[in-house]
Design a protein around this ligand. Structure first.
Ligand code: IDP
Ligand code: MG
Length: 135
């Protein structure tokens, strides 16, 4: 089986949307194999978002991601499960995300876009290692 990492970001937890988001993945046929509500610190976020350190939106991203707990989870499914998750998330900017996607249905803001999903099998392995090193 193939695995990928998701985060229900602080806005999703604050708005009570974690259940709705996880239900979509479960209904799609993906299995939750790990999940934990966690307050993310700057060090963890710098590692997780290493590719974005120094970008104009980075400081806003980190302060948003650390303002209240996020739900980190590992989903399991067939080959390239990350791609199934990414298509269900929708475009990064909710303004561009199609209805029927998580960001398209629940979001309006670019930074506060509800959910993270690994963008490749390599990213999935790296990010699962950050959040669930014992998995
Ligand atoms: P992704 O989450 O769809 O993979 P990335 O480009 O990896 O998108 O960006 C990581 C996160 O940083 C986004 O989900 C979003 O929260 C935030 N972000 C990315 N680009 C922008 C931007 O141009 N303005 C504001 N926030 C951004
Ligand atoms: Mg990304």
């Amino acid at each position: 089986m193939n695995r990928t990492l998701i985060l229900c970001k602080p806005d999703a937890v604050e708005r009570g949307l974690v259940g709705a988001i996880l239900a979509r993945f479960e209904q799609k046929g993906l299995k939750i194999v790990a999940a934990e509500l966690r307050q993310l610190d700057g060090e963890t976020l710098a590692e997780h978002y290493a590719e974005h350190v120094g970008k104009p939106f980075y400081d806003d991203l980190v302060s948003f991601m650390g303002r209240s707990p996020a739900l980190a989870a590992v989903l399991e499914g067939p080959d390239d499960t990350y791609a199934i998750v990414r298509s269900m998330m929708g475009a990064t900017n909710p303004a561009d995300a199609s209805p029927g996607t998580i960001r398209g249905d629940y979001g309006t803001l670019f930074t506060e876009n509800l959910v993270h999903g690994s963008d490749s099998n390599e990213s999935a392995a790296r990010e699962i290692g950050i959040f669930f090193p014992n998995l």
